[in-house]
Design a protein around this ligand. Sequence first.
Ligand code: GTP
Ligand code: IMP
Ligand code: MG
Length: 340
Amino acid sequence: MTCNILVGGAWGDEGKGKCITYLCNKDNPNIIARAGVGPNAGHSVEFNGEKYGLRLTPSGFFNKDAKLLIGAGVLVDPEVFFHELEYLDKYDIKSRSYVDYRCSIIEDEHKERDKGSEHLFKKIGSTGTGCGPGNSDRVMRTAKMAKDISELNNYTTDVPLEINNALENGEDVFIEGSQGFGLSLYYGTYPFVTSKDTTASTFAADVGVGPTKIDDVIIVFKSYITRVGEGPFTTEMSQEKAEEMGIEEYGTVTGRRRRVGSFDMDLAKEACMINGATQIALTCVDRLYPYCERTQDYSTLSGETKKFIAEIEDATGVPVTIISTGPDLTDTIDLRDELL
Ligand code: GTP
Ligand code: IMP
Ligand code: MG
């Protein structure tokens, strides 16, 4: 029985979708549970030449044996939920996707309030997906819950009960966080953050699992940093430099150009500490060092690449166990066996 949580180490878009796809394919968990804010996330999943952009469905969906749960702490936009059920129909997700009956619902009015808000949309640079106003209504205790929405009737369950029963029966559970450390309402670059905490303890609470049940916290860092929306960004570089280095990026949900910067060791140290990280997954190593694209073999990495990895381990005190060298799930170096 294992219960692991995956979290983002910077301002989101670290490549969590890719890492989750790899880990869920390799480790075959019985339950994959989505934590985090809500449909403001855009996870990218690629395998066998197919690409998917997801906002609510757990990124481990292609694993047809796993139950896909959305925790009570996650905001559910029924439009997005039903769209993804159709979009991923060939993976038979309709028969195994459930949301907790206590999830708050995002209604059209939340999206209008988000997009229409000078403060949220213009100053903070929100995704306009209604998450801020949705969480605000939950705090004000006026939000609707999933159990109040008749279309969701066949898709609600008690997520904590399902997960804790599974753990008791010796099954494996994988908890997917979304967003990233720098976007945490408490520990991020307030006020340029999302509408709740985005660290491992909150993700565990989102799906109703107590801290004593967690085995590993896997934190995902990209080899450089990106940020969408406004707010401080210490290691930011000019778009010209990012283009020169071939590391420019565009958002999955909003299509916005991402701001780009170099790896931030201080941010990584703090993110590892507050998340209680036990392992690091380092993504987009191939974009920084193109020679290593798609390699699955650590021994082919150059001295410079290995030095970069060793510096991260030394600074954070956390081992790098997954090295991602391309967007496809197979483009991965897995060093977890070396920990044993
Ligand atoms: P959020 O929930 O929005 O934080 O998303 P995310 O962490 O899943 O990341 P997102 O999919 O938004 O962005 C990461 C991008 O990098 C996607 O286009 C991925 O396909 C891509 N990607 C992930 N890992 C790698 C990698 O190792 N190499 C390359 N070249 N691309 C990668
Ligand atoms: P909101 O969560 O839509 O209110 O947006 C607040 C801030 O968080 C904005 O800067 C967004 O760009 C950022 N944000 C929210 N979710 C994500 C994500 O999944 N990836 C990257 N940035 C995000
Ligand atoms: Mg994203």
